[in-house]
Design a protein around this ligand. Structure first.
Ligand code: C5P
Length: 244
């Protein structure tokens, strides 16, 4: 069983991210670099992390015409990170172009995953703002996941609540990376579809992306360990029976 925690390094610059990581004293947890930090620091921070053996999810959520995404993915492929992503809403041609861009850079081991619906999106936003009215959020997410699978992608970003049905539609090996994780009683912030680490383990999440619960903690290393222990205990107790 792999360590399922990916820490979202949602910091404004590399100095702040490095200061946070220094509390992990030589350990290299799996980290996520998102738009804020990447736009501030660019590839040099990714190289810094790679030199220290961090595994990296580069969360830039590309969404553009297929040619542009192909070229951008070719550039990102050269960074040799572990996971990159695109919005499934870009459609099949864009999803395939993203994969081809990575392969053109020789990034065969870099996993490409698709964002289905943001975990801050509610049923109301889906129907009133995105005008997706005759489909539930769950069905919409499952449909996007199937598009991603059929386009050759390796998995999706989704909420914990959706992970199990996605595994049923796309297969057990299709990765489910789930943000919106909150330990019991923690602040939900702007996340609409949240779950605890124990629920994530029980409901088919392969990786939990966790930001503020760890980065805003007074004792981030202890919070990280507690989350990991809660996940492991639930994983072992449930033995992923949901997929039996
Ligand atoms: O602080 P928190 O744990 O809510 O951070 C979640 C992280 O996951 C953020 O970096 C956010 O951008 C990212 N994310 C998300 N929902 C998605 C995709 C990514 O919350 N659907």
């Amino acid at each position: 069983m792999e360590n399922p925690v990916i820490i979202a390094l949602d910091f404004e610059n590399a100095d702040k991210a490095k200061e946070f990581l220094s509390s992990f004293k030589g350990q290299s947890p799996y980290v996520k670099v998102g738009m804020e930090l990447y736009y501030a620091e660019g590839p040099s921070f990714i190289k810094w992390l790679k030199e220290r053996n961090f595994r990296i999810f580069l969360d830039l959520k590309l969404h553009d015409i297929p040619t542009t995404v192909h070229k951008a993915m070719k550039v990102l492929g050269s960074l040799n990170v572990d996971i990159v992503n695109v919005h499934a809403a870009g459609g099949t041609a864009m999803l395939k172009a993203a994969k081809e861009g990575l392969l053109a850079a020789g990034a065969y081991h870099t996993k490409l995953i698709a964002v289905t619906q943001l975990t801050s999106t509610t049923e109301k936003v889906l129907s009133d703002e995105l005008l997706i009215k005759d489909t539930s959020l769950n069905d919409c997410v499952a449909h996007y996941a199937k598009l991603a699978k059929d386009s050759g992608l390796d998995g999706v970003v989704c909420s914990v609540q959706e992970a199990n049905s996605i595994k049923k539609v796309c297969g057990y090996d299709f990765l489910t990376v789930t943000p919106g994780i909150r330990p019991q009683g923690a602040d939900t912030h702007d996340q609409a579809r949240i779950a605890t680490p124990a629920e994530a383990a029980r409901m088919g999440s392969d990786f939990m992306v966790i930001g503020r619960s760890i980065t805003h903690s007074d004792q981030p290393v202890n919070t990280y360990k507690d989350i990991l222990n809660e996940w492991r205990e639930s994983y072992e107790n449930n033995n992923r029976k949901t997929f039996a």
